[in-house]
Design a protein around this ligand. Structure first.
Ligand code: NAP
Length: 266
């Protein structure tokens, strides 16, 4: 397999740190540099314990991509920054692999158009954990038989966006096979605003934020005299890294945008 030159944006973050280790430890990946908001001009192993790589730290994305001649930019930052990074990368001929969540439909459309104009692949995955992708696929299968559905997603309390990208993606996938239906009683009334959660095509999504959690989701299906629960738990951010690795490999073969890991795994 050809070597892939990787740049990681957000290397001091919880996800970015794991992506740096992945790039360091994968024989056909070369960590060409990292993009941070500070420590520009220094080497990665000089600023933080646990990194073996002496990859250069940049604070300017254009300079970083130009000097490193990167193939892939892995972005694990914040939604506004991630969008700016993905656009800049495409404009400079670099393929983005985006794990950052909170992109809007307009963001996705804009990146899709840019990716097609440039003939360069982009992968945006709200959840890189293979188990979570299976949870979404199984939920889509179950929705054909159980159209009454509520989603409970649970994350750590430092998460910026709600509902989670996975919660929204699950509702989107279910909506592709389920007629729009407002969950609950037609005349139900919230006596406390927000009690019934958010609504996506009538599917309720409830977001829990607590310290100690990583990323967890349960999809609840109700039927006559029965319920079905499909649940996935990420206990460690390492759970996302096999999906990041696969995405970096696959994005090199793409010339369009792919949204969701389920579209690149069999
Ligand atoms: P985090 O620990 O807060 O890390 C975010 C990092 O991004 C921080 O180090 C931050 O730097 C950096 N950053 C922010 N703006 C930047 C900029 N302009 N340039 C360079 N770096 C910048 O968050 P996290 O838990 O790692 O999550 C990161 C993203 O991944 C979130 O959107 C989260 O929802 C998403 N996520 C995705 C998956 C998935 O499977 N797709 C799984 C988990 C999380 P400072 O320290 O200076 O602020």
């Amino acid at each position: 397999m050809d070597s892939i030159k990787v740049v990681v944006a957000g290397p001091r973050g919880r996800m970015g740190r794991e992506a740096v280790i992945l790039a360091e430890e994968t024989s056909h990946f070369e960590l060409a540099g990292v993009l941070d908001r500070k420590n520009g001009g220094e080497k990665l192993n000089e600023i933080a314990e646990g990194f073996s790589s002496s990859a250069p730290i940049y604070t300017d994305l254009k300079e970083c991509l130009f000097e490193t001649k990167a193939d892939v930019l892995i972005d694990l930052t914040t939604p506004e920054t991630g969008m700016l990074h993905a656009k800049t990368a495409l404009e400079m001929g670099v393929r983005p692999v985006v794990g950052t969540t909170g992109f809007t439909e307009d963001n996705l459309k804009e990146l899709q158009e840019l990716s097609e104009a440039k003939g360069l692949g982009v992968i945006i995955a709200p959840n890189f954990a293979v188990g979570a992708v299976l949870m979404m696929k199984f939920s889509q299968m179950a929705a054909k038989y159980f159209p009454d559905i509520e989603i409970i997603e649970q994350h750590h309390d430092q998460k910026l966006d709600a509902p989670s990208g996975t919660g929204v993606k699950t509702a989107e996938m279910i909506s592709a096979v389920r007629e729009e239906k407002k969950q609950g009683h037609p005349n139900e009334k919230e006596t406390l605003a927000g009690a019934r959660g958010a609504s996506y095509n009538g599917i309720r999504i409830h977001s829990v934020r607590l310290p100690g959690l990583v990323a967890h989701q349960e999809v609840l299906f109700g039927g006559e005299g029965q319920t079905l629960k499909i649940r996935h738990d990420s206990y460690d951010r390492k759970s996302f890294m096999s999906g990041v690795k696969l995405s970096c490999e696959q994005v090199m073969k793409l010339d369009t945008l792919v949204y969701g890991l389920e579209n690149i795994i069999e």
